[in-house]
Write a protein that binds this ligand. Structure first.
Ligand code: GDP
Length: 193
């Protein structure tokens, strides 16, 4: 994918703030610190475009990035921070649920997990939630550069089994460090663009 433009359009909390128009949207979900921003930055060839690490206390917003004036990446605040209060967690849950379940422009969710480890219970819950609402999901198993290539298959199998990945959902081994999996990720998104 040749990237000709990237624009940060809006940080939204409520549906009234979502951008108008009917460009396709891809939401990025994942545990805090898993490498969501690094994934976006690698995909669009920018070093520091997407905010890195959503630290607790930071405003929890959906960030809409318009790419090539053709589609949006929607950066969703990460989950799994132990230090987040119950109130904040509830607000996060409501915001995500509203967006994921009502947004017609949402074509697929890119779920980022860490290839090195078995998916967490939060990862499993997120995937189950997406399948409950029948939202097409692309699972990106990132940080592949941190384990030897010979172990990729075995780790991917653990991820597939733990998440119980359904037929039709792809798992792509990725590295924001080396660019591994970038072309496959674009190919997976391309069918909706
Ligand atoms: P986010 O909170 O999910 O947006 O995570 P970030 O993109 O900020 O990444 C968290 C940390 O993991 C940072 O230190 C990144 O440099 C590192 N990281 C992210 N992706 C990769 C990757 O593919 N390989 C390696 N080695 N490090 C990565």
């Amino acid at each position: 994918m040749k990237i000709t433009s990237v624009e940060m359009v809006i940080s939204a909390v409520k549906p009234e703030q979502y951008p108008a128009g009917d460009l396709p949207e891809f939401a990025l979900a994942g545990r805090s610190n898993v490498g969501k921003s690094s994934f976006i930055n690698k995909m669009i060839n920018r070093k520091n475009f997407a905010r890195t690490s959503s630290k607790p206390g930071k405003t929890q917003t959906l960030n809409f990035y318009r790419i090539n004036e053709a589609f949006y990446f929607v950066d969703v605040p990460g989950y799994g921070f132990a230090k987040v209060s119950k109130k904040e967690r509830e607000a996060w849950g409501k915001m995500i649920e509203t967006y994921f379940t009502t947004r017609k422009q949402l074509k697929a969710v890119v779920l980022i997990i860490d290839l090195r480890h078995e998916p967490t219970n939060d990862d499993v819950m997120m995937y189950e939630f997406l399948k409950h609402y029948e939202i097409p999901t692309i699972v990106i198993a990132t940080k592949a550069d941190k384990i030897s290539r010979g172990k990729w298959k075995q780790h991917a199998k653990v991820v597939k089994e733990k998440l119980n990945i359904v037929e039709g959902d792809e798992l792509i081994i990725f590295s924001a460090e080396t660019g591994q999996g970038k072309d496959e990720a674009w190919a997976a998104l391309q069918k909706w663009i």
